[in-house]
Design a protein around this ligand. Structure first.
Ligand SMILES: [Zn+2]
Length: 343
């Protein structure tokens, strides 16, 4: 079993080099045979991230000339408790993360036989737990919400009830792009929940300036332009509007007029009119985290993660009036810990 012993020694040696050098690239370790030391991999990076129901899928890549590499991932800097030393034949690796959200730490070294180079710079990988997205969208609660501590009050969710046929009135002033953006959102939402909630659209010559949305018939959403209405935001819906039991089953999307109309915010505001709360993006700011319901750096339409959150919530039985406790029992959200560093 001398082969095992040699592998063990190589790992210990690499760990010692890494610890001595902190997060800087470690010098290559000399080989026992005196051959040219292996070059430490460079440009270790995250190429893409897919958010799944039970994990995240990371595409990792690096630059190097070795025939194989050794990758480690830990839950703390410098550790390898999540992915013990794993041999990789090329310069890419797909890592399937644990379900638990938070930051993980990856390093890679070149490997040839029993020889190992120093480890690369450490790469921080942010794992997003989709349950925190569901919590923010449906309950305005949990670590990714505007007000995480809402979770303590066991809030209810407000989504349109099954069978709702919405009437969306778009002013001519808001125009055809606002119409198209709102239609894309409502169409995608309907598809995600098997057509249980749909919307019919009409353009209107009524600019709806100063219109009180509470005078609309039930299940009506207006889309209008009204400069100065949103208090500095690009667009808005009235607080407390939208579906029951929070809102009066009606709402109004208002677009502000700046250098142009803020049309790209139309679907985000429609999301609010459908009862969705903001999703606070992680500090890492990966493109995969540019959610439609992010108040900053938003995507113009729903992202794959938001669509997944809606499907998961729907399939677990979430409906209008569900409490957060019900969602917790259905494993749709996490117990509230007060920890907002995991976003
Ligand atoms: Zn918003």
């Amino acid at each position: 079993m001398s082969g095992l012993a040699r592998r063990w020694l190589a790992v210990v040696f690499a760990a010692a080099v890494s610890a001595a050098c902190g997060s800087s690239p470690a010098p290559s370790a000399p080989t026992s045979s005196g051959a040219t030391p292996l070059a430490t991999p460079t440009v270790f990076r995250q190429v893409a991230q897919k958010i799944n129901a039970a994990n995240n899928e990371f595409q990792l890549a690096w630059v190097g000339t070795a025939a194989s590499y050794q990758l480690v991932i830990g839950s703390t800097p410098g550790s390898s408790n999540i992915l013990p030393p794993t041999v990789v034949p090329g310069t890419t690796y797909t890592w399937i993360s644990p379900r638990t959200g938070g930051t993980y730490y990856a390093r890679v070294a070149a490997k040839s036989g029993d020889s190992l180079s120093g480890y690369s710079d450490e790469l921080s990988l942010f794992v997003l737990d989709i349950r925190n997205v569901i919590d923010a969208m449906y309950f305005h609660a949990g670590p990714m919400a505007d007000s995480p501590a809402n979770a303590n009050s066991n809030p209810v969710t407000a989504v349109w009830a099954d069978g709702t046929r919405l009437s969306v009135l778009v002013s001519n002033e808001a125009g055809s792009t606002a119409l198209a953006n709102a239609q894309t959102f409502t169409g995608q939402y309907a598809d995600l929940i098997g057509g249980a909630v749909t919307a019919a659209f009409s353009m209107t010559s009524d600019a709806m300036h100063d219109k009180d949305y509470r005078t609309f018939p039930d299940f009506t959403i207006g889309v209008r332009v009204q400069p100065g209405y949103c208090g500095g935001a690009l667009a808005c819906v009235p607080t407390g509007s939208g579906p029951a039991p929070i809102g009066p089953n009606k709402s109004m999307v208002t677009l502000e007029q700046g250098s142009g109309l803020y049309l790209s915010a139309t679907a985000h505001e429609m999301g609010h009119a459908y009862g969705m709360g903001h999703i606070t993006i992680p500090a890492a700011g990966r493109p995969e985290f540019r959610f439609m319901m992010s108040p900053v750096n938003a995507s113009e339409q729903m992202t794959d993660a938001e669509k997944l959150a809606i499907m998961l919530a729907r399939n677990a039985g979430l409906r209008a009036g569900w409490t957060r406790s019900q969602a917790l029992a259905a494993d749709l959200v996490n117990p509230y810990t007060g920890n907002t560093s995991i976003r």
